[in-house]
Write a protein that binds this ligand. Structure first.
Ligand code: SF4
Ligand code: ZN
Length: 114
């Protein structure tokens, strides 16, 4: 269960405000809009991908302490999976043409011998 970043009180994942200290946890009072909050004396923009690629137009940039669009640059920069990692072709499917040819040859040999 998540905890309040200010008072460490256990809160529901959909809580809009902390029931203990009243800290705003979701933006615009909507449980579906996360409100990211900086830790200590840091700014969210320092580790945000929209700041790094210079695509953010929010007025609070580069000194945002709270933000709804914050996206951690480290989670975005993870290496994309290669096609081989996403889908591995089974061996029988790789050689299905040769297997079909071998089956036809085998059936032909059996028919000749009968
Ligand atoms: S999206 Fe928010 S945290 Fe990211 S750069 Fe813009 S203001 Fe800063
Ligand atoms: Zn709290």
């Amino acid at each position: 269960m998540p905890t309040c970043p200010q008072c460490q009180y256990s809160i529901s994942p959909t809580a809009v405000t902390c029931p203990n200290c009243g800290l705003e946890l979701k933006a615009h009072g909507h449980p579906g809009i996360d409100l990211h909050r900086s830790q200590g004396n840091t700014y969210l923009c320092d580790s945000c991908s929209y700041h790094q690629d210079d695509s953010c137009t929010f007025p609070q940039r580069p000194l945002a302490n709270t933000c709804t669009l914050y996206q951690n640059v480290q989670t975005v920069q993870q290496r994309p999976m290669t096609a081989a990692e996403i889908y591995t072709i089974p061996w029988w499917r790789k050689y299905s043409g040769w297997l079909a040819l071998a089956a036809v040859l085998l059936v032909s040999i059996v028919l000749v011998m009968i």
